[in-house]
Design a protein around this ligand. Structure first.
Ligand SMILES: Cc1ncc(COP(=O)(O)O)c(C=O)c1O
Length: 415
């Protein structure tokens, strides 16, 4: 048997649809300036699928900082890992500014959120420790835990009663092992838009001895009075021991960071394999991130505009009878009932007839019979975009209920 044999037999759970879906549902190409309208397959569409929450992707000051950073330093500098030869004043400045912004003692940069999170988890726990985590944790949390030699217990999404049960189990184990407990949740759940129950989780600290790690990929820059995240929103920044944010969403960049008490961040600096054994973030990314952070701090109107669009979209969709689940963040999931075939038809209809481009999620990511259309409002959307979209979704819902989509599946070749 050749390890490559499987590659021509089955491309896996997502790849199995590659023939029909590639280029349209998966790996679609969005062209033109990143904004509310972009080109998909040669035609302008209204885009609701980019995490460009604050519109920073094409903010003139961001573009200028990125350009100047690249002109001055190129993409190569600094060479090597931070620990070896990749340290700069700018990297340290960004870390100081991030730490101050999220009200922590220290922060450390991560090259990518995904890898960084894997490495944070891997380095902060040892075989005596127990991890307790939410069942809807992002793939990077799951992968981080795969490297953990100790026990891990899952609690059903946001089920605090069950979390308490898992903490009791964890406590019994750590009393024997001599280890500690790490609880991991997200601030904003990126598919459903609901928030991790941070208040209820930190309240359990009065009963159990544990540390809390929050992945706030979608909350950083969007949630809280100053945009410092979901823990700011809930007023629990002091109780969240490790705060993780990425630059890939509201910052419209790349890279990430972890923030917490000085001695813990120092420990991570010397133990996170994703950073010790990988090249430092290139200077233009760091200079660009400093500018983005500056705009988040100094231009609250970007966040205000985002929330104007979020509120108009979510209230309008709800008023039109659409089910948005429990979202409390900008992430706007529209839940419909139908088959995967109907989901395909709806997507064609939205893209080709309404010129609306959003992400679509079906079984097995969501339960059988559920179609999740995910809209990401941003500060570059307009109230006209919102109005148009609400009307379109209302029509789509009606067509679905009248079985208009249950006919033969359309093919991409026909559009
Ligand atoms: C909850 C969550 N954590 C981590 C990540 C990974 O971040 P990055 O894109 O910076 O690797 C993502 C991005 O999709 C995310 O949604």
């Amino acid at each position: 048997m050749d390890v490559f044999d499987k590659c021509s037999v089955n491309l896996g759970p997502l790849g199995q649809y590659a023939d029909q879906a590639e280029g349209y549902f998966m790996f679609p190409k969005l062209e033109g300036d990143i904004s509310n309208k972009m080109i998909f397959r040669g035609k302008e569409r209204l885009i609701w699928s980019l995490n460009n929450y604050l519109g920073l992707a094409n903010h003139p000051e961001v573009r200028k900082a990125d350009t100047e950073g690249a002109a001055e330093y190129g993409m190569a500098y600094p060479m090597g890992a931070r620990m070896m030869s990749g340290q700069t004043n700018y990297h340290e400045q960004l870390e100081r500014e991030l730490a101050a912004f999220v009200k922590r003692e220290s922060a450390y940069l991560l090259n990518y959120g995904y890898q960084g999170m894997v490495s944070v988890i891997n380095s902060i726990v040892d075989r005596r420790d127990v991890i307790v985590y939410d069942s809807e944790a992002h793939a990077c949390i799951i992968d981080g835990m795969r490297l953990h030699f100790g026990k891990r217990f899952v609690y059903p999404h946001n089920n605090i009663e069950n979390l308490e049960t898992q903490l009791k189990r964890a406590q019994r184990l750590t009393e024997i092992s001599g280890g500690g407990i790490l609880v991991i949740t997200e601030g904003v759940y990126g598919m459903s838009g609901d928030l991790g129950k941070l208040k209820e989780i930190v309240a359990l600290k009065s009963k159990f001895n544990f540390r809390l790690l929050v992945d706030d990929a979608h909350g950083f820059g969007t949630m809280g009075a100053t945009g410092a995240g979901t823990d700011e929103h809930f007023g629990v920044q002091k109780e969240v021991d490790l705060y993780f944010g990425t630059f890939a969403k509201s910052m419209a960049g790349i890279g990430a960071f972890i923030a917490g008490d000085h001695h813990v961040i120092k420990y991570l600096m010397y133990n996170m394999r994703s950073q010790i054994f990988a090249k430092s973030l290139p200077m233009p990314m760091v200079i660009g991130a400093l500018k983005r952070l500056d705009l988040i701090r100094t231009q609250p109107e970007l966040r205000e505009k985002l929330w104007t669009i979020v509120n108009a979209l979510q209230q309008g969709l709800k008023k039109a009878g659409l089910n948005l689940g429990d979202t409390e963040s900008p992430v706007t999931p529209v839940m419909l009932n139908g088959t995967v075939g109907e989901a395909t038809q709806i997507t064609y209809d939205l893209r080709e007839n309404y010129n609306i481009f959003c992400s679509i999620v079906t079984y097995p990511v969501v339960p059988k019979g559920v179609i999740l259309l995910r809209l990401i409002p941003t500060s570059v959307h307009t109230l006209e975009d919102v109005e148009y979209t609400i009307k379109a979704f209302k029509e789509v819902k009606e067509k679905l209920e009248n079985h208009a989509y249950s006919k033969e599946m359309a093919s991409i070749d026909n559009v």
